[in-house]
Design a binder for this molecule. Structure first.
Ligand code: ADP
Ligand code: MN
Ligand code: MN
Ligand code: MN
Ligand code: MN
Length: 363
């Protein structure tokens, strides 16, 4: 599927991958930018900790030029990168590590786009409730001419129907990217739980979870980084646009499944119902942090609820909140918030859900 140029690039790289690095480790520092993308840069780490396992505190704080990413003004451009989680590197293998970072300003305040800091406080405050999340990341792959991958040069593919969980030529494209990404996630320890082809051709989904607390945001951002990075090698662009193609084509969401200790136990349904009541009271506040351009997706059609109306129901994919059929039958389990758009920040989603159900952070 990829252009010859990309294939030869990765093949040429292969012969260098086994060169001795003389005990050094290449650390890829990763951060979230001003537009919901990821950025990264590398540095050499000369000291490997005893046992070979890096923890965030083993890694130096670093910085980048925030004026080049719209994250700081030119006259005060240094933004600090504070390591918060370390993962094995599926690209450099033993020679590398991936280092997820929070962005901090020089004056000691969190950077405007650092939503992890507030989320971590909420998760810590309410940790005793043992909140679990599972996020379903939908995305669309585009070719280098900015068309959905595999779409005809002029006009449109046949209407939606054969593509969801499709098998066979003409139904799905870029399965190689999806497979490579799945394997890369498993290698790094990202808790990916599955993948499927979506309703619109060139659209796919992967799920991450269940993850507890702050781990949800960390793992979803790492899964996004890996997807952009893998797709780069195959010559495809990843779009998290919630309505990439206007008209009768499905949008892309980030369905957020939620449970906590009390909802997972016998009698959990009454806790799910009271959580839904609280969510109803703060619908507008949630929509504000549930992604850019979500109004084009949450129309009430294409398996969505309308953006200005809070609804819920068992097995209802046209509602804001869905209680899975199996959960209603058992009387406990989890619920699904279907409102978040594909481009929302998982730290903001999981953070506001905690705040709405359990209250503000006190830590
Ligand atoms: P859908 O039927 O909406 O497409 P998926 O199978 O794509 O559902 O995703 C379900 C998600 O729910 C997965 O990410 C999974 O990890 C998550 N999940 C399952 N059980 C729980 C739970 N008890 N609490 C939170 N999330 C859960
Ligand atoms: Mn420089
Ligand atoms: Mn799903
Ligand atoms: Mn889906
Ligand atoms: Mn779903």
């Amino acid at each position: 599927m990829a252009s010859n140029q990309h294939v030869s690039y990765t093949q040429n790289l292969m012969k260098y991958m086994t060169l001795d690095q003389k005990g050094n480790v290449m650390a890829e520092y990763i951060w979230i930018d001003a537009v919901g993308g990821v950025r990264s840069k590398s540095r050499t780490i000369t000291k490997v900790p005893e046992g070979g396992q890096f923890k965030p505190e083993d890694l130096p704080v670093w910085n980048f030029d925030g004026s080049s990413t719209d994250q700081a003004p030119g006259d005060n451009s240094d933004v600090y990168l504070r390591p918060v989680a370390v993962f094995p590197d599926p690209f450099r293998l033993e020679g590398g590590i991936l280092v997820l970072c929070e962005c901090w300003n020089a004056d000691g305040t969190p950077n405007k786009y650092n939503h992890r800091h507030e989320c971590a406080k909420l998760m810590e405050t309410h940790a005793a409730h043992e909140p679990w999340f599972g996020l379903e990341q939908e995305y669309t792959l585009f070719d280098m001419e900015d068309r959905p991958y595999g779409w005809p040069r002029a006009g449109f593919p046949a209407p939606q129907g054969p593509y969801y969980c499709g098998v066979g030529a003409g139904k799905v494209v870029c399965r190689d990217i999806v497979e490579a990404h799945y394997k890369a996630c498993l290698y790094t320890g990202v808790k990916i739980s599955g993948t499927n082809a979506e309703v619109m051709p060139a659209q796919w989904e992967f799920q991450v979870g269940p993850c507890e607390g702050i781990e949800m945001g960390d793992h979803l951002w790492m899964a996004r980084f890996l997807l952009h990075r893998v797709a780069e090698e195959f010559g495809a662009k990843v779009s998290l646009d919630p309505k990439p193609i206007p008209g009768d084509w499905n949008g892309a969401g980030l369905h957020s499944n939620v449970s906590y200790k009390a909802t997972r136990e016998e009698g959990g349904m009454k806790h799910i119902e009271s959580a839904i009541k609280k969510l109803e009271g703060r619908h507008k506040e949630h929509i504000l942090v549930y992604g850019e351009g979500n109004e084009l997706r949450l129309t009430g059609n294409h398996e969505t609820g309308a953006i200005d109306k809070f609804t819920y129901g068992v097995a209802n994919r046209g509602a804001s909140i869905r209680i899975p059929r199996e959960c209603a039958a058992k009387g406990f389990g989890y619920f699904e918030d279907r409102r978040p758009a594909s481009n929302a920040d998982p730290y903001q989603i999981t953070g506001i859900i905690m705040e709405t159900i359990f209250g503000e952070a006190t830590k």
